[in-house]
Design a protein around this ligand. Sequence first.
Ligand code: PEP
Ligand code: MN
Length: 338
Amino acid sequence: MLVVMQHQASEEQIAGVVRAIREMGLDAHPMPGATRTAIGVTGNAEAIDATRLESFPGVLELVRVTKPYKLVSREMQPDDTLIELPPTCIGAGTFTIIAGPCSVESEENIMEVARELTRRGVHLLRAGAFKPRTSPYSFQGMEQAGLDILAKAREETGIRIVTEVMDAEHVSAVEDAADILQVGTRNMQNYSLLKRLARSRHPVLLKRGMSATLDEWLMAAEYLMAGGNRKVILCERGVRTFADHTRNTLDLSVIPPVKQLSHLPIIVDPSHGTGRRDYVPAMALAGLAAGADGLMIEVHPDPQNALSDGAQTIDFEQFDRLMESLRQLAEPLGREIN
Ligand code: PEP
Ligand code: MN
């Protein structure tokens, strides 16, 4: 349920409604808007008669939220969420690039990537220190040593770091090194991890589970928001289908419904979405055209020798060509690359 306050409602009136909601054993989520504050109500609101809130001073109306996800829904928050990470941001009509190798491989490699990206005005570097690999015999990531390298790259170049956190026990270590915490496809429904990340001050990039429906994905995002983290970024990275010409089927058709149903930003990962570097540019451009808020792309100075996901990774020359095509496409679409 949403309690919409009158636009002239005072701070005390808002606080009074919040207090009353909490006294009913429900959770109150005040959301200041451009013209008025609204207060999201979660918890088992159906079981409680909250209609008495209607007569509270400063209340304009109560709106029932019909979707199973509440805080994530556009019914609850009509305005797009904008996640600010100065000098960049994600969401609300901007188009932001996150790029870097699949894994942290060495200090030299990450420092080189950080410098190459910074030189190109890319402010977000991705690279995994904890790698969820299908085979236990594959490279599992550099773990804490990898986090230290990412922290050093941030310190020396000012680039912001996006990296995966696989377990609740590693959250604070990853928070120290990263600006955005990535939840991988295999962990989208790891609810204890989501509950822990809900208490983080860092934005969370929530990849879509490889066989998750849109509702399941948005409900996973709801776990983050219900626990207090409003900074959620959705990432479409392809789903499992019968098709075997690509690693996954990049579901760009999910972007319009996400935009309709939710205020959260959505970015596209054409690297995991296709599994092949020659398909990455086409799907990256399609993501922009379909209305995504940005891209996450695997880039490496020498993809042939990358320690993971080399086949879907582009080099900096290909990255430059892609950025040029994105800029050209952005203009007629009325979009701007961040
Ligand atoms: C990754 O981004 O490197 C990754 C492991 O992605 P996903 O969880 O989408 O497979
Ligand atoms: Mn990868």
